[in-house]
Ligand binder design. Structure first.
Ligand code: 13P
Ligand code: SF4
Length: 320
């Protein structure tokens, strides 16, 4: 603990010295989220991270999350230095959607508007007409559907199926999944609900349809936090990365939260629902990134950046 405090103190000094601000996702470890809060940074969902970095005056953005979040920041603010604790922190959705194959898929369906989830590489975004995060996917697809558009959606099949079901839009889905949310189990969740009949179920839409069907609220990380604040229940079962419990407990110390089961027999797995790439964002890596940015800095090819900026700006302007 003393060691952690020493890291935190040095990081605070470095952030100030380098005119840097920490932009963290809700799935990072509690100490990283606390550090972002203590230093005037932000802790939020991926849409708010993009907005915050875009508007903040700091010269350097230190993005604690996964690579697509750093790339999004760089695309939006190329004049800033964007660094990450590690460039190895990827996402199974990004990995499962290589740009060349996705682009070929789009070429086969030229009649469709290409909508991609923010959890993709800059090159995939550059092939898209729209970028969306989970917090505005429904609204954007609903809007496109009302314009009579047919949609090609990538890469998350579960989020895509959820949006398709809710909006009734004509959507062709890429076959990708989040390795964390894909593990939630409907049968085990049903059993857990029996043990906590008074609990409301909160589900991130990257989870399988069978799990989403059991939800009282479905939404992005910030929407789930809001739902926990708004719903009258005192107890919640939560199907998303366990990093989110830090903020939920901080905002609602009087309420109780349990993890949705990722294994069979109704047993909760205490370490399964945590993204291995989000977990790479430690204090040591943050200090290293601030001390020697090379090897931590995000670069996006200029032509790709210009092209990817269009669908990203469309998202930010739509969400206003
Ligand atoms: P949010 O946009 O809900 O923060 O989701 C990002 C993510 O990676 C979820 O797994
Ligand atoms: Fe990607 Fe899933 Fe990790 Fe989110 S939790 S960054 S979607 S692998």
């Amino acid at each position: 603990d003393d060691q952690k405090q020493a890291y935190k103190a040095r990081i605070k000094t470095l952030l100030a010295a380098k005119d840097a601000v920490l932009v963290a996702h809700y799935y990072t470890d509690p100490e990283i989220q606390a550090l972002a809060e203590e230093t005037g940074g932000c802790v939020s969902d991926s849409l708010e991270m993009a907005r915050f970095g875009n508007q903040h005056p700091a010269k350097t953005l230190l993005v604690a999350g996964v690579k697509f979040m750093g790339e999004t920041a760089k695309i939006l603010t190329p004049e800033k230095t964007v660094i990450m604790p590690t460039l190895e922190a990827t996402c199974s959705l990004d990995l499962g959607c290589p740009a060349a194959e996705f682009s070929a898929f789009c070429d086969q369906h030229p009649d469709r508007v290409v909508v991609v989830y923010a959890n993709t590489s800059a090159a995939v975004k550059a092939r898209a007409d729209w970028v969306v995060t989970s917090s505005i996917a429904l609204d954007v697809v609903d809007y496109l559907d009302s314009q009579g558009k047919k949609i090609l959606w990538g890469p998350d099949k579960h989020l895509g199926a959820y949006v398709q079901k809710k909006t009734g839009a004509d959507m062709l889905l890429w076959n990708g999944a989040c390795i964390v949310h894909d593990e939630f189990k409907a049968n085990a969740l049903r059993e857990l609900k029996k043990q906590h009949p008074e609990a409301a179920v909160l589900v991130h839409p990257e989870s399988p349809d069978s799990v989403v069907e059991l939800a009282d609220a479905v939404g992005s990380t910030s929407q789930l936090i809001k739902a926990a604040q708004t719903l009258p229940n005192q107890h919640f079962i939560v199907a998303t990365d366990r990093g989110i419990f830090y903020k939920m407990q901080q905002l609602m110390p009087e309420k109780s939260f349990v993890e949705a089961p990722t294994g069979g027999n109704g047993a909760t797995c205490r370490s399964c629902a945590h993204c291995p790439w989000m977990a790479m964002n430690g204090l040591k890596a943050i200090e290293e990134a601030l001390l020697s940015p090379s090897g931590h800095e995000i670069f996006v090819d200029a032509a790709l950046r210009e092209r990817a900026l269009l669908p990203l700006n469309r998202m930010l302007n739509f969400a206003k």
